[in-house]
Ligand binder design. Structure first.
Ligand code: FAD
Length: 463
């Protein structure tokens, strides 16, 4: 057996693991990263990046289609066509360029990458099955970054017809009829994209609203757009398996049963931390339910064993994993760091997009704050009008006594780009006066953030 030693072993090369590896390497720590699949993990290969490539394609297609039906902008064109196999090839090329980029960054940081599935034998030893046999790696520090996998429903096992987001993002033909089980952000992002590409889409959601993590006011413009796109949404409805014709059997809360005709059934009912198959049982790790328990420094219950990313809890987002990875590498290198983030912004790349950072009004009240909440609509924003998208608004939640901003939310076209401004305001402890007093370039959609702050102060200028 091949034997290797290092200061830091990173198990898993997703956004959490590869960032931990790069930062550890930059800090001069002798680091080995073990990856059994592809560098970049879920996010780069089958998650964030591929889904956004599809969403971009669908949006462009939809825009051309709308222009072909007549547009006030004066543009007219022939109806578009789509060759999904080409879209997939284009998406695969982006993924492959980014894979190469990550490999290059790890190399530059002098991180050794061992390709193969690793199994922890104890808190310091990992045995990796590589193409050349087994390699045993001994490390002083281990960073567990094994990520997550799509949740499979027992009544709807994944196969040719029932697929997870991974298979959906490699389809080379647009399904005629698509049923989506789960109305969270992944289901809606893909459901809306495939509707725009021509599928007849039905969304089946168990709770009483789409995007159940967000408040109704924030999700209403998305629901309106879905209605406009003729996406059927069945709320308080549960998927029950396939009927004898292979269609999706569903049942409502009140017990009404029916079948939904579908060529593909996309199941997006959440992600589960990957705690199997890498030797968790050989370790003595405390768990928090299904996740690995970590403290404020991402340290587990075992000495010098750290855990980051989706395997450690919600929100399962790439930027959380990356921030944790960077922090842990710095702690191992001796820096005094701990998790002191005020917010992890969350974005749904739906149509329109939804972004949320910090507390909602309800959360702020539940935390005992007396709050001022103000909202500025995009229909009063000049830039939104010139972009043919006046849907949505920006909302700001602040403490009533000292005007400290507690949360920012927005829904509208391309508001994902506001997420950094929101997070920065919260991290820097901005007050309403700071945002209201900052000159925002005109005409931009970000002016709605300034206007929301001014409105909270009682003197919005454009409404
Ligand atoms: P992962 O990315 O899951 O990486 C874990 C890696 O570990 C994998 O490469 C795996 O092969 C490897 N591994 C596991 N076990 C072993 C082992 N035993 N040996 C060797 N290697 C191993 N998040 C966002 O922030 N924004 C988005 O827009 C977004 N869109 C998404 C869209 C979809 C369709 C999906 C499915 C997810 C999306 N996410 C998004 C979530 C995001 O992909 C994850 O939060 C992120 O990838 C988590 O990073 P991670 O490093 O914890 O784990």
């Amino acid at each position: 057996m091949n034997e290797l030693q290092c200061k830091v072993l990173v198990l898993g090369g997703g956004p959490g693991g590869y960032i931990a590896g790069i930062r550890a390497g930059q800090l001069g720590l002798d680091t080995i990263l073990v990856e059994g699949g592809k560098l970049g993990g879920c996010c780069l290969n089958v998650g964030c990046i591929p889904s956004k490539a599809f969403i971009h394609t669908a949006n462009e297609y939809d825009l051309i289609k709308r222009y072909s039906e007549g547009s006030e902008t004066g543009i007219s064109t022939a109806p578009p066509t789509i060759a999904l196999a080409k879209t997939v090839a284009w998406k695969d090329d982006i993924v492959s360029r980014l894979n190469t980029g990550v490999a290059g960054l790890l190399k530059k940081a002098k991180v050794r990458v061992v390709e193969g599935w690793g199994e922890m034998r104890d808190g310091k030893t990992c045995v990796v099955k590589t193409s050349n046999g087994e390699t045993r790696i001994k490390a002083e520090h281990v960073i567990l970054a094994t990520g997550s996998t799509s949740v499979e429903l027992p009544d709807l096992p994944f196969g040719d017809k029932v697929v997870s987001s991974t298979e959906m993002l490699s389809l080379t033909e647009v399904p005629k009829k698509l049923a989506v089980v789960g109305g969270g952000y992944i289901g809606l992002e893909l459901g809306i994209a495939f509707r725009k590409l021509g599928s007849d889409v039905t969304i089946v959601e168990a709770t009483d609203g789409i995007l159940p993590l967000y408040d109704r006011e924030l999700t209403k413009p998305v629901k309106d757009r879905m209605d406009n796109l003729k996406i059927r949404v069945m709320l308080e409805t549960f998927a029950k398996g396939l009927d004898d014709k292979g269609n999706l059997r569903v049942e409502t809360l009140s017990g009404e049963a029916s079948s939904i005709e579908a060529d593909k059934i996309l199941v997006t009912v959440g992600r589960a931390p990957r705690t199997n198959g890498w030797g968790l049982d050989n370790m003595d790790l405390a768990m928090d339910g299904k996740f690995i328990r970590i403290d404020q420094r991402c340290h587990t219950s075992m000495r010098n064993v750290w855990a980051i990313g989706d395997v450690t809890g919600e929100p399962m987002l790439a930027h959380r994993a990356m921030a944790q990875g960077e922090m842990v590498a710095e702690i191992i290198a001796g820096e005094n760091r701990s998790w002191d983030k005020v917010c992890i912004p969350a974005v749904c790349f739906t149509d329109p997009e939804v972004v949320s950072a910090g507390m909602s009004e309800a959360e702020a009240k539940a935390a005992g704050h007396e709050v001022i909440t103000a909202q500025f609509p995009y229909k009063a924003n000049g830039r939104a009008m010139t972009m043919e998208d006046e849907s949505g608004f920006v909302r700001i939640v602040a403490r009533k006594d000292n005007h400290l901003v507690l949360g920012l939310q927005a829904v509208g076209g391309e508001v994902s780009e506001l997420s950094a401004q929101f997070a920065l305001a919260l991290e820097m402890g901005a007050r309403l006066e700071d945002i209201g007093g900052t000159i925002h370039a005109h005409p931009t959609k970000s002016e709605a953030v300034q206007e929301a702050a001014l409105k909270a102060l009682g003197h919005a200028l454009h409404i």
